[in-house]
Design a binder for this molecule. Structure first.
Ligand SMILES: Cc1cc2nc3c(=O)[nH]c(=O)nc-3n(C[C@H](O)[C@H](O)[C@H](O)COP(=O)(O)OP(=O)(O)OC[C@H]3O[C@@H](n4cnc5c(N)ncnc54)[C@H](O)[C@@H]3O)c2cc1C
Length: 440
């Protein structure tokens, strides 16, 4: 009989949400997972699988049974001809990146961190940037689900295609994802070039930036017109780096954290910090070359609160200008840098924020210097209402206040997803308080 641990405390990466699961399991086989589901059924408990615990919301929290698949993290198959890899769902992308490299393969796109699990990263619709690229779940060509009834479901475009379009972005509520097959590409290097610009210039020339660079994004420094443009593109150049410990860490990390902490007593300081740090760290052209995953992944600095909505790409200018005007017209509102603006191609995944439309993601943060919360209770609703007005859809992993009523309007495929969820999990075994807000 599989043993569940008592007294485990779960906390997400940002330490903004946590829970105390009654029992915490680390199964090593499908049979053990089945036993856990049987026990949950007998005791009327709910079950939550946690991946890397990186979601900045309570989506992975539970006070019932928590499963961590860290011991189910093997590579099951590499098909070098089709360039596909099948992995157990608990593998961290940081391990997968290294293994793929040994086969001359890579994932075509990645988010900012790789300490996330294969099933977890697709579960919330993780994205990066690049208008020719979809969000990470679009890289999935097949997956296996263990449903609440103990049935194993193989899903792909040809096997259970209806469930596949739901399960590629599953929110952890359709069953336990056992394995995932990713479409890969030949291993590649990227050259990352960042250079200073202004919000006006970037918004005026958005199409041209999107065409000029495969993975284009930009960082806007709120309370100013300053922007740092980042291009990432395939290259044959040898790896090189122009990062400096002094500027990146001594200034960009330790001094910044201290000043942001100070700003919790003097909020006006934030405006000065945003301008000053742009001038110190982002006014020269910088170039780095490395393997793709080493460039895609970047330092997210300290723990933070975060919101990230996807809006139709044609609303980018209007929404950002409105956010800027709101910040300027409300002297009490302060916003940390950066507001990160990324792009993704439309897709057909039911709960994808990019469902049937090319999108722009506007990611806003409020850091927690030394773990201290900075007031954001005016900023957050102002941002949300601008995103809603622009026809936005929230990132599932991040903070949002949407309930079923909002989500039904935002996601054309929402009801279809709900029907599939109710079919696969009629008793709500895989729900938790976050998912109840979403579905009820
Ligand atoms: C520093 C940092 C940087 C980030 N950068 C980005 C970024 O660039 N782009 C972006 O879009 N997001 C980003 N995120 C958000 C992050 O990518 C998502 O929250 C992602 O889902 C985290 O993966 P995880 O493995 O930690 O999942 P968790 O947070 O552990 O879980 C996420 C969901 O997946 C479910 N789940 C996990 N494994 C299984 C399984 N085997 N079966 C069923 N359900 C499962 C969980 O129940 C939960 O519902 C970032 C977060 C942090 C903290």
């Amino acid at each position: 009989m599989i043993h569940g641990q008592e007294g485990v405390k779960f906390q997400n990466w940002a330490q903004t949400y946590g829970s105390s699961p009654e029992l915490y399991f680390q199964p090593t086989s499908v049979e053990e997972i089945r036993e856990i589901l049987d026990l949950a059924r007998q005791r009327s408990k709910r079950v939550k699988v946690v991946g890397g615990g990186h979601s900045p919301s309570d989506i992975a929290c539970t006070d019932d049974f928590m499963l961590h698949l860290g011991k189910m993290n093997k590579i099951l198959k590499v098909d070098e001809e089709k360039r596909r890899v099948t992995v157990e769902a608990g593998i961290l992308l940081s391990d997968l990146n290294v293994e793929l490299s040994k086969h001359g393969l890579a994932l075509p796109n990645l988010g900012a961190v790789s300490e996330v699990a294969a099933a977890g990263v697709i579960g919330t619709g993780t994205h990066n940037t690049g208008i020719k690229h979809g969000i990470l779940p679009t890289q999935v060509v097949a997956l296996t689900l263990l449903t609440a009834s103990g049935q194993i479901l193989e899903c792909s475009e040809s096997a259970s295609p209806r469930i596949f379009q739901a399960a590629r972005l599953h929110l952890g509520c359709l069953g336990v994802v056992l394995s995932v097959t990713f479409q890969c590409v030949p291993e590649f290097c990227l050259v990352e070039t960042s250079f200073p610009s202004t919000l006006q210039e970037v918004l005026d020339n958005l199409d041209s930036h999107l065409q000029r660079s495969e993975y284009f994004r930009f960082l806007w420094f709120p309370h100013s017109e300053n922007v740092s443009v980042i291009y990432q593109d395939h290259t044959d150049k040898p790896p090189s780096s122009s990062t400096s410990w002094f500027w990146d860490y001594a200034v960009g990390y330790y001094l910044l954290e201290f000043l942001l902490w100070l700003s919790t007593f003097l909020p006006g300081l934030v405006r000065w910090v945003n301008r000053c740090f742009f001038w110190l760290l982002f006014t020269r052209k910088v170039e780095n070359v490395n393997l793709s995953y080493k460039i895609f992944n970047y330092e997210c600095r300290f723990r933070q609160h975060v919101q990230d909505w996807a809006i139709p790409i044609e609303k980018t200018r209007e929404a950002l200008r409105e956010l800027q005007a709101t910040l300027e017209n409300s002297p009490g509102l302060v916003a940390h840098y950066p507001v990160e603006v990324r792009f993704a191609r439309g897709d057909d995944i039911l709960l994808s924020p990019c469902f049937q439309r090319d999108s722009c993601y506007v990611n806003v943060i409020m850091y927690r210097p030394y773990g201290k919360d900075v007031p954001r209770l005016d900023y957050w609703p102002a941002y949300e209402s601008i995103m809603k007005k622009a026809g936005g859809r929230p990132h599932w992993a991040k903070a949002h206040t949407c309930t079923r009523k909002d989500l039904e309007k935002m996601y054309p495929g929402f009801r279809q997803f709900c029907a599939i969820r109710e079919e696969l999990d009629p008793t709500g075994m895989f729900l938790n308080p976050y998912l109840e807000r979403v579905f009820y």
